[in-house]
Design a protein around this ligand. Structure first.
Ligand code: ADP
Length: 304
């Protein structure tokens, strides 16, 4: 099993010609309401590939919580460990998008931020079965770390997507209890102070990441591909050439694909190629969870 311990949100997106200024009201041309949150998006990405996946975390007991659960069931994500918390509201992201696809986003963590040590304790039986645990930074770090230790104790691997970029340095314990980190350009700069703009700077950033004790660093650079470094070696894996129309959730599909490939036993470079194909395909469709590719689409791109 792949376990994702992370956030579940509902995204409320309003489209308008231009974004409102403070105090102003603008007329929008349409809106959408859908499943979001990095945890949920990554879990859906695994499920779309056909992987067995459980999403752990919390939602509120409210209309948005019901909506999120319905979408997760629709995609085949297990929710037995997604706690309904009557004391908190389901997490939301309120998103404005203008005609140039510029956006502004307010995320209200709600129930995601109520995740605590008791959640990690409750997860013990499922963590004991996990081949891969996928983490992000949208739920509190302490329970996520407790889960990481539990999975490693049974020989599973822990993948941390350090997103959104942390405002403060990650504690030493994180670097010591995670197997793979997958920062994008912004997150890499926040973590090690080096912005990966080309292969030499990405190599320096990857070296700085592994110097902290991290076994595997994967620096994601959008259309510029991925730079990886581990004890076995390092290298650059170019991105697949696709016509990108919406890069939302490319990183989430990359991470879901990586977990899927590692769980079935792919060697690291193969798993990165597989994940890159998932990320590339996600940019060819609009939306977050709706953009996640199916296994046959990924295999077709890998054969090209
Ligand atoms: P994030 O969404 O976290 O910012 P990236 O933008 O780096 O992450 O995207 C994650 C992965 O998706 C990339 O490493 C790459 O494999 C793939 N990807 C993203 N954008 C493109 C693109 N324009 N063309 C091809 N692949 C892409």
């Amino acid at each position: 099993t792949i376990v994702v311990f992370g956030s579940t949100n509902v995204d409320v997106v309003a489209y308008s010609d231009r974004l409102p200024r403070p105090g102003e009201t603008v007329h929008g041309s349409g809106y959408s309401i859908g499943l979001g949150g990095k945890g949920a998006n990554q879990a859906v990405a695994v499920a779309r590939l056909g992987g067995a996946v459980e999403l752990a975390g919390r939602t509120g007991v409210d209309a948005f919580g019901t909506l999120a659960r319905e979408r997760l069931h629709h995609f085949g994500v297990g929710t037995s460990h997604l706690l309904p918390d009557p004391a908190a509201a389901t997490g939301i992201a309120v998103i404005g998008v203008d005609a140039r696809a510029e956006n502004c986003i307010t995320v209200v963590g709600g129930a995601n931020m109520a995740v605590d040590a008791s959640d990690a304790d409750r997860l013990a039986p499922v963590l004991a079965q996990a081949r891969v645990l996928l983490l992000q930074l949208e739920v509190p770090l302490a329970p996520a770390l407790a889960a990481a230790k539990a999975v490693r104790a049974v020989g599973g691997r822990v993948v941390l997507d350090p997103a959104p970029a942390p405002a403060e340095p990650l504690p030493d314990e994180v670097w010591r209890n995670v197997d793979v980190m997958t920062p994008n350009e912004t997150e890499t700069e926040a973590l090690v102070g080096i912005r990966p703009v080309d292969i030499p700077s990405a190599a320096r950033a990857a070296a700085a990441l592994t110097e902290r004790g991290l076994p595997v660093a994967l620096v994601k650079m959008g259309a510029h591909g991925v730079y990886w470094r581990s004890a076995e070696g390092e290298g650059h894996i170019p991105a697949f050439k696709v016509t990108a129309i919406d890069t939302v959730a490319a990183g989430d599909c990359f991470n879901g694909g990586l977990a899927f490939a590692l769980a079935r036993g792919d060697a690291l470079p193969d798993a990165i190629r597989f994940a890159s194909a998932c990320g590339a395909l996600a940019t060819t469709k609009r939306g977050a969870s709706d953009a996640a590719p199916a296994l046959d689409e990924v295999e077709a791109l890998l054969r090209q």
